[in-house]
Write a protein that binds this ligand. Sequence first.
Ligand SMILES: O=C(O)CCC(=O)C(=O)O
Ligand SMILES: [Fe+2]
Length: 286
Amino acid sequence: MNAPAPELHLATRPLTPVIGAIIDGIDLAAELNDATINSLRRALLKHHVLFFERQSLTPVVQKALAARFGDLHIHPIYPHVEDVPEIIILDTSHNNLPDNDNWHTDVTFIRNPPLGAILAAKTIPPSGGDTSWSSTIAAYEALSPSFRALLDGLTAIHNIEKSFPEARWGQNEDRSKFEEAKRKNPPLAHPVVRVHPESGRKGLFVNEGFTTRIVELSQTESDAVLRLLFTHVAKPEFTVRWKWKEGDVAFWDNRLTQHYALADYLPHRRIMHRATILGDVPVGPG
Ligand SMILES: O=C(O)CCC(=O)C(=O)O
Ligand SMILES: [Fe+2]
């Protein structure tokens, strides 16, 4: 077996005890060596979301950076940069209302949901437009042992249409893209509690954005338990909130986190670019 690549010391400033750290002294547009990539992976496992300030990532460079961590996902519905389908454009204003102002994990409607995502701030409103992330590991660990034991054995359905409803995405020229997205992404089940494939830690893997139903429970039980969990993950103690400046980049581990993009800046415009790195098939504790 090859020896693992060495790791570098990264200048890391944790933002809370459970989630979020600023990484100083890295130019993400530079050619990063394997040791740096490994150190970033390690920091991601520890802090769940990393922030890099004063960056200048072009879409092509952002794509190349994300590809160092895995294969990239092409989103079935969101628009992308011309000739760079791996880079989603989130360009929101009073003309195109934001739709990420709910707690969610990205793209859990596929069999192998993203390992992570790299988000770059392009245009930031004069105030507002912050993003919060929550550690679903911290949320899980705060539950009572009896409740955790119940959740450990459950699975839940994730449905693309919960976050991409026909009323918004199925109209006019978008209709065929929407129909194709639905056809290629039928609802599927994931474990309610996921074991992180790298750290082995357990966390909640249901999210308000996409999760519709806990399979093993009755409808009323499922509704009540999901409501409890969706509220629970948003507890401020499990979260970090980032106030963006243009050029900032966030890199989150999408396996055991959720995030919420605050929609408080209208009628101003806010533009973000996202690269999404595919992950593995979620595994439960059972
Ligand atoms: O715009 C943001 O701050 C985050 C939007 C979002 O949910 C995402 O990029 O996955
Ligand atoms: Fe998201």
